[in-house]
Write a protein that binds this ligand. Structure first.
Ligand SMILES: CC(C)(COP(=O)(O)OP(=O)(O)OC[C@H]1O[C@@H](n2cnc3c(N)ncnc32)[C@H](O)[C@@H]1OP(=O)(O)O)[C@@H](O)C(=O)NCCC(=O)NCCS
Length: 211
């Protein structure tokens, strides 16, 4: 991995992050579905949504400096609503975004190099020193995905990253994701994913899956 500011290259994938700054409300150009969504979001979610899209713009600019990308939500394949995964509408790139308390994280790659990717971030109760969160969340996660409690949140971010790369998200039961050290597969699915833990800001667990 080579670290450039608040972004890091993981092979052919560029991952970046930014603190969610409620004072920064600089406008971002949104596609039609995103415009409709943003109008319906409560103030705080609207800020993080705009900052997520701004981060994706920045990373796509790093990926291809002459590109002025257009991003928009896709329609949900399940219900047709405007909340499917974000996509680049005018350039062959794959993207993913994730929001954790106070942080937005995004990943981009050219489709000539990466077929699909997914990214997930969670607060790390240990390094963020919020033990109550660990006590409250970890037992439920262990019930759902099994395995040792100490690694449950990391494994949860890996599972969500894989399910976001797959595109079905949590419509696939999370226990169907088989994790190895640096690879993952979904039961009854031939696709195999690479996994990487991203060395991002302290206090967060960030996982990337791609194929
Ligand atoms: C995708 C999913 C795992 C994300 O969960 P989360 O941890 O709460 O959210 P994160 O902050 O990590 O990620 C949010 C981003 O996931 C992306 N996303 C949404 N659905 C997605 C999907 N099916 N596959 C991949 N990415 C998806 C979006 O780009 C979203 O950001 P945006 O709204 O700003 O565009 C979860 O929302 C999910 O499983 N959704 C699909 C489930 C579904 O279909 N529900 C029925 C709706 S009718």
């Amino acid at each position: 991995m080579s670290i450039i500011g608040q972004s890091v290259w993981v092979g052919e994938v560029l991952v970046g992050w930014a603190p969610i700054d409620t004072a920064d409300t600089s406008p971002v150009q949104l596609g039609p579905l995103d415009t409709a969504r943003a109008a319906g979001l409560p103030a705080e979610k609207g800020v993080r949504f705009g900052q997520g899209r701004a981060l994706l713009h920045r990373l796509l600019g790093e990926l291809k400096p002459d590109l002025v990308p257009h991003l928009d939500a896709t329609t949900c394949p399940h219900c047709g609503g405007p909340h499917g995964p974000v996509s680049v509408t005018d350039h062959p790139a794959v993207v993913s975004v994730s929001y954790a308390d106070g942080l937005v994280v995004a990943a981009v790659a050219a489709t000539s190099k990466v077929a699909a990717l997914g990214l997930d971030a969670e607060r790390d109760p240990v390094t963020a020193r919020i033990p109550r969160e660990a006590t409250e969340r970890v037992p439920d996660l262990v019930k759902l995905i099994g395995g040792p409690p100490a690694s449950a949140l990391r494994r949860w971010t890996q599972i969500e990253a894989v399910l976001k790369a797959d595109g079905r998200g949590l419509r696939v039961p999370p226990e169907q994701v088989r994790l190895e050290a640096e690879a993952a597969q979904i039961e009854s699915d031939p696709a195999s994913y690479h996994l990487a833990n991203i060395a991002g800001p302290a206090g967060y667990l960030i996982s990337l899956a791609w194929r």
